[in-house]
Design a protein around this ligand. Structure first.
Ligand code: GLU
Length: 281
């Protein structure tokens, strides 16, 4: 199989140096391997995604000299394409409705609970059934049942420099650190990010997912979701992160590092590669 990768930004703000780094690495890997580089807009967060940010993503990438080999895919424009996967998970009896608000979850997590780590859903709605689903409820994956359906050894292959190797998914660890994630969001009932992104990697025929190391910890749940749906996961390549002067990962709000700003200051795309350590000077 050929090499096919993608850059999958969420159009909720300007691209900054960290995005440029990710896009350039993925693009250059595709070109080096005579493969394809695709662009996917992860715009399912309807409230925060804005056409002006999508337009700026195209402009910034073009300015950086990156070209993508197929028209960009917008997740928001194909929301119904995710229904079969949600239906399949429902038929497998692996989903339950959840009406908890963020405040409910915070309150439940701050009450002492034996063995429940802090960032995992406290399972308040776990005994609810799909036929009690109310309009606007989120849907969560019943992770215990999901893991029971999977073979004992599921794994994914990582080729990036930090986590290189075969990673086996440990059921206990997944239960303790991931828990019952949301697959369909509360309120708008739109597919949640982890599932949409993993499904599109399959639909777009991605062979290598090239992305930042901050997403490594979510790979297990994406591989679990794909395995439940009968898909073989792609190969992953998590690259190191571009950090600010204080060692913090760059965030969307770090406008000072926005590519747009470098363009306005008349730096060149080559200068950006130099700043990112992607060319030897
Ligand atoms: N949409 C995600 C982001 O902007 C990236 C997801 C991925 O590359 O898998 O952080």
């Amino acid at each position: 199989m050929g090499f096919r990768t993608r850059f999958a930004p969420s159009p909720t703000g300007p691209l900054h140096l960290g995005h440029a780094y990710s896009a350039i690495i993925a693009h250059d890997m595709a070109r080096k391997n005579q493969g394809q580089f695709l662009l996917r807009l992860e715009d399912t967060d309807i409230a925060r995604s804005k056409p002006q940010w999508s337009a700026l993503i195209y402009e910034d990438l073009e300015w950086l000299g990156l070209s993508w080999d197929e028209p960009a895919l917008s997740q928001a424009a194909q929301l119904s394409s995710y229904n079969p996967a949600l239906d399949q998970l429902e038929k497998l009896n692996l989903l339950y409705p959840c009406s908890c608000t963020r405040a409910d979850i915070r309150a439940a997590l701050s009450a002492p609970q034996e063995g429940a780590p802090h960032d995992v859903y406290p399972q308040t709605c776990k005994s609810r059934h799909m036929n009690d689903r109310l309009k606007g409820d989120a849907l969560r994956l019943h992770l215990n049942k999901a893991l029971q359906r999977l073979p004992d050894h599921i794994s994914f292959h990582e080729e990036g420099p930090i986590y290189k190797g075969e990673h086996h998914i440990d059921a206990q660890h997944a239960l303790q650190t991931i828990g019952d994630i949301v697959v369909s969001r509360k309120g708008d009932e739109i597919i949640a990010y982890f599932l949409a992104s993993a499904l599109d990697d399959i639909h777009q025929g991605i062979t290598h997912v090239v992305r930042g190391a901050d997403l490594f910890e979510f790979t297990s749940i994406q591989v679990i979701l794909l395995s439940l749906l009968g898909h073989k996961p792609p190969i992953y390549h998590h690259h190191d992160l571009i950090r600010d002067e204080n060692g913090k990962r760059l965030a969307k709000r770090d406008d000072a590092k926005a590519i747009r700003k470098y363009r306005d200051e008349e730096l060149s795309p080559h200068d950006i590669r130099v700043i990112l350590g992607l060319v030897v000077v």
